[in-house]
Design a protein around this ligand. Structure first.
Ligand code: GLU
Length: 428
């Protein structure tokens, strides 16, 4: 499928879903700020990104034609420090989604207490149908298009859906060429030889695992033998399934975009990892697959949605059997479903907390780039563990003390620092 064709195909359903994600984020931010005692002006400041840039990027395709791609970069709030967040390459990227994702990055950075605000970028494209050369030209073109508003002390991109360390390397090289000096701190998620950090690739999954462990302690569930269902087998889902498997849990189900695999005795995760392609597809190799919807309702102890948004809704929240849900994906549960699950006593660890391990190690990468001194993998893991355990505890305590669900508690913890910083700067 050609890129221009893809650009025109962002479905109406997807546009509506993104708008819903954006407006429901606003609803929870408003509630959180109310609970924290801020006046309406603070909500007016935080309800939209401070800056949203739309760019059009002409790219020469391999067949000699030129395609014009649309890209975005959203910067939610930079009161605390430079904005930070990934760039996704996906056919269904759209403005509302990028805006909502940048607001979530602000919350994540607040929850794990990083000196950043939130940012996010995206390009409407289908990387699965593009050559390496086309992807390189697109990555470089995007950096040229947004170069005025990004930089190591302004806004620091990173990987996200369908972008990886190779794409980060091209982007870093393009930025360094534009500035005429080497700028490793411009972007994180780089290959190790270009200033990447040990442990960055598996950091999101490690963060999720730490949240699972903390949540399991609260519920008195032992990881050894716990039945875990993971929706999604991409970067987060696959590493996470492996970590849980190695920790002695029974990973009873995994899935990709095409279906789900289920074995009540536990799947052979090492074998599945071996057979998985670079986009995380593995279920197409098997018969007897379940659907992604069926996976959510399986009998298990811990459910980890690690794929796409809007999976747990008012329609299926009553049928979830897990007692712990840890959101590794962004926005897998709607607000109605959040309420149903928390009324049912299910412990839900929200996305803005559970998926903050990635940006935490991105911050470590940026610190290492700034000081030019690099840490071992053990040092990174130890620091990540400390940050995430503390963040989980803050959110859990807030939820207990203020008698609010974990999502609202996470938003309260996440919004506090940027609100304070905005107030001290005299913006509100
Ligand atoms: N894209 C990831 C996220 O959504 C990582 C962002 C980063 O490392 O800056 O958290």
């Amino acid at each position: 499928m050609g890129a221009a064709g893809v650009a025109g195909k962002v479905s109406e359903q997807k546009m509506e879903e993104s708008l819903n994600l954006f407006t429901s984020t606003q609803v929870v931010i408003k509630e959180a700020l109310n609970k924290l005692g801020y006046a309406d002006e603070m909500y007016e400041l935080l309800k939209e990104p401070l800056r949203m840039l739309t760019v059009r990027i002409p790219i020469r395709m391999d067949d000699g034609s030129t395609k014009i791609f649309t890209g975005y970069r959203s910067q939610h709030n930079d009161a605390v420090g430079p904005t930070k967040g990934g760039v996704r390459f996906h056919p269904e990227v759209n403005e509302d989604e990028v805006k909502a994702l940048s607001m979530w990055m602000s919350l994540k950075c607040g929850i794990v207490d990083l000196p950043y605000g939130g940012g996010k970028g995206g390009i409407i494209c289908d990387p699965r149908s593009m050559s390496m050369g086309e992807l390189e030209r697109l990555s470089r073109g995007y950096v040229r298009a947004i170069s005025q508003i990004v930089g190591p002390t302004k806004d620091i991109p990173a990987p996200d859906v369908y972008t990886n360390s190779q794409i980060m390397a091209w982007m870093m090289d393009e930025y360094s060429r534009l500035r005429e000096y080497d700028s490793p701190g411009f972007i994180t998620g780089k290959p190790l030889v270009l200033g990447g950090s040990q442990g960055r690739e598996k950091a999101t999954a490690q963060g999720v695992v730490i949240c699972i462990e903390e949540a399991a302690k609260k519920r008195g569930i032992s990881i050894e033998g716990a039945r875990v269902a993971v929706q999604g087998f991409g970067n987060a889902g696959s590493f996470l399934a492996k970590f849980m498997h190695d920790a002695g849990a029974k990973v009873v189900a995994i899935s990709d975009a095409y279906g789900a695999l289920y074995d009540p005795n536990g799947l052979d995760i090492d074998y599945l990892l071996d057979r998985r392609d670079s986009f995380g597809t593995v279920t197409t190799l098997f018969d007897n697959t379940l659907t992604n919807e069926e996976l959510l309702e399986l009998d298990c102890d811990i459910l980890v949605p690690a794929a796409v948004s809007n999976q747990i809704t008012a329609a299926n929240a009553h049928d979830i059997k897990a007692s712990i849900i840890v959101e590794a994906a962004n926005g897998p549960t709607t607000l109605e479903a959040t309420k149903i699950l928390s009324d049912r006593g299910i412990l839900l660890v929200p996305d803005v907390l559970a998926s903050s391990g990635g940006v935490t190690v991105s911050y470590f990468e940026w610190v290492q780039n700034n000081q030019g001194y690099y840490w071992t993998e053990d040092e990174v893991t130890e620091k990540l563990e400390k940050v995430l355990v503390q963040a989980f505890d803050n959110v859990y305590q807030t939820s207990q003390q203020r008698k609010v669900n974990m999502r609202l508690a996470a938003y309260m913890v996440g919004a506090r620092k940027m609100s304070e910083a905005s107030r001290f700067r005299g913006w509100v």
